[in-house]
Design a protein around this ligand. Sequence first.
Ligand code: TYD
Ligand code: MG
Length: 454
Amino acid sequence: MSKTPTFICTACQSSHSKWSGRCDSCGEWNTIVEDKPPGIGHAGKISGTARGRKVQLTSLAAAESPPPRNPFGIAELDRTLGGGLVPASAVLVGGDPGIGKSTLLLQAASSFARMDRKSLYISGEEAPAQVCLRAERLGLSGAPVILAAETNLHDILTTLKAEAPELAIIDSIQTMWVDHVKGAPGSIAQVRTASQELTAFAKRQGCSVILVGHVTKDGQIAGPRVVEHMVDTVLYFEGDGSHHFRILRAVKNRFGPAHEIGVFEMTGGGLAELPNPSAMFLGDRNRPAPGSVVFAGIEGTRPVLVEFQALVAPSPHAQPRRAVIGWDSGRLAMILAVLEARCGVSFTGLDVYLNVAGGMKVTEPAADLAVATALLSARQDTALDENTVVFGEISLSGALRPVARTENRLKEARKLGFTAAIVPNPGDTGSGSEMLVRSMANLAQVVDRTFSVG
Ligand code: TYD
Ligand code: MG
């Protein structure tokens, strides 16, 4: 049986049925080659003369002790990493340009270096003088961080080998340039090769490497997405330009829990930690406002209260607007459809705006009920009692599904002065939380009991 050859793009690994000069997945030129598995003949037999060495096999029971951790002394960063930096690991810190990645990592490197751990900060974007100026503004001039401005990867690797630091920060991976690879710095082939070599260096030499990666708005070219599967840990630094809050979110962690977050505030003197962020994302709550609902959420291991704000207004357009910030627009469409189909609440001819206060991004499905309640409250122009928090997942049938860690959510809400909660039924009833808990089985009950929709 002869197999038709397949072709693969060496830049983005996409497969193609025929050769062409340009890859239509990533747009790179001359990167498509025939995909031949090395050393395996057509009959599936291993060809070639070199005989492999038998690898050492172990059992699951041969459990290794957890990896050692070197904390940075910045609690929000250490928690996001799962307790500190694992030696010989590779970490990617991604985020929009200007969000504060260089600031965070310069602070981290300084804190690390002050604990007598040799730290190198290599900038491909700024001259050492600029980095020094920033360090001065951050009050870090005295920290024994070693600086370099370089983009040639082989020079960097040679330097790292000679210096043997415990930590090397590469800011940013998009500026690195490998001479034997075609393409400009920032192209996928360059970014991938540079990351591969730096990650391999980290494992080989026992030096932790932190790569900084810019994400472009479309998340594609020069995006660090291609790097994600190579590194051990991926952190994203999020925030929106108009707010001072910044969230460091672990999206992948081979050595610890993912989805942990660290919360910072960008100040004139750099990033300040916010160790108790549960009230940071509440808007001005002096008086009840229609469309505003507080969601009792969980981010990583911590409860965080977040305010959802909805606005519903008659639309002047043939196709009404659906605008959403901080929440998934597909999920909003689903909730609008459930409200219409299961509860008879129509949003036809109405513009719908949904916003999460404080520049926070919410991904938990547990926020469904808070979104639905905010939409109902805005549509009916009726404020929900301002001392009530809401959480629960909504299914397509309109049923409310219980969510994890009800007790933690209620406790945190109580701590911040809330007295009542609307939650799914059945589920944990939150007994002992000293809250007035109203549990409801489906969305129609919420509509009937909380808002009279006519
Ligand atoms: P930066 O760390 O350069 O972002 P990135 O490396 O992600 O591109 O941060 C840039 C922004 O941070 C810039 O708009 C100015 C602001 N900033 C402060 O507000 N306070 C400070 O102390 C510093 C150093 C920067
Ligand atoms: Mg930068």
